[in-house]
Write a protein that binds this ligand. Structure first.
Ligand code: GRG
Length: 293
């Protein structure tokens, strides 16, 4: 199968999984489930679940990785809903639509995020119950990636950094590696766990995820200054307007582009070391360097 056909096949499975593995809008209380579906259905890139499914396909596919991929998308979507709240990044636009607290209200947005986070772990516990060792490994991986040392810790450090005139390159890396790379790393590792990859390949997937995640966030910083809100589906120029320390502000646009390229190359090296060379993931990660949204 060529890359595009394979990508669309993964996307189709993810969209089907989102429809069947998350409660419907008619579920009581309806307003809460409408808010959950409103944000999930807005059409994100589905990068994390696609990475998870593709990583699972590298090995003999011990267990279906779909529920793990949907769990990742639930946690990711919760983090976006909460990030957009007035007490955090205070944004009006996400995935091309008014943010959840604008379309509904703040309390509903907060609860929709809480519910998505909780649902992610229910999915893992339910769908991998017949493989308790795998279930525990998946829960541990996702909890670690989403927890206070990684996703939430990265967000906290980001909020604290906004109050400072400037931060060090090391602090900036801490933010990027945790706020962004942790979930991308978890996507590849959780896929590898579902597929039954051995420790060496799991380590290669983790390394690929860390470098891909860092490149992804640097490109996000670049797009903030080079793109527009209509293309991005979220407010462009926000970091610049807030004078936020980003890779572009800290290193300059050219250096940021160079570092994103170096990080992408490091991710590709890790993927190449996997027996068979992980061609789909290789293509996906190299293409992400050129993404426009
Ligand atoms: C609230 C705990 C908590 C964390 C928030 C996700 C996040 C952390 C903040 C959002 C702002 C931001 C720049 C995050 C970095 C990660 C990132 C680039 C998220 C957007 O991911 P995409 O582009 O989004 O994959 P889609 O909408 O395509 O799924």
């Amino acid at each position: 199968m060529d890359f595009k056909t394979q990508f669309e096949a993964y996307l189709h499975r993810v969209n089907q999984g989102l429809r069947t593995l998350v409660p419907e809008t008619g579920t009581r209380p309806q307003r809460l489930h409408e808010a959950i579906r409103y944000s999930l259905d807005a059409g994100g890139k589905r990068l994390r679940p696609v990475l998870c499914l593709a990583a699972a396909d590298l090995a003999a596919a011990k267990a279906d990785a779909l529920a793990a991929g949907i769990a990742l998308e639930c946690v990711h979507t919760y983090s976006l809903i909460h990030d957009d709240l007035p007490c955090m990044d205070d944004d009006d636009l996400r995935r091309g639509r008014p943010t959840v607290h604008k379309a509904f209200d703040e309390a509903t947005a907060l609860l929709a995020g809480d519910a998505l986070l909780t649902h992610a772990f229910a999915l893992l516990a339910t769908h991998y119950a017949s493989e308790p060792v795998l279930a525990a490994a998946l829960v541990r991986e996702l909890a670690e990636a989403a927890g206070s040392r990684r996703l939430i810790g990265g967000q906290m450090a980001d909020l604290l950094a906004e109050k400072q005139a400037s931060i060090s390159a090391e602090d900036l890396d801490f933010i990027h590696l945790n706020k962004t790379a942790a979930m991308i790393e978890a996507a590849l590792v959780m896929g590898g766990l579902c597929g039954g990859s051995g420790p060496d390949d799991l380590e290669r997937l983790r390394r690929a995820g860390r470098h891909t995640g860092l490149a992804f966030q640097i490109i996000d910083d670049i797009l903030d200054v080079t793109s527009d809100s209509a293309t991005l589906g979220k407010t462009a120029g926000k970091d610049l307007a807030a004078d936020k320390t980003t890779y572009v502000k800290h290193h300059g646009l050219d250096a940021a582009q160079r570092i994103a390229h170096e990080q992408t190359q490091a991710a590709l090296e890790a993927l190449k070391a996997i027996p068979g060379g992980a061609p789909f993931l290789f293509h996906l990660v190299s293409g992400m360097e050129k993404r426009i949204r």
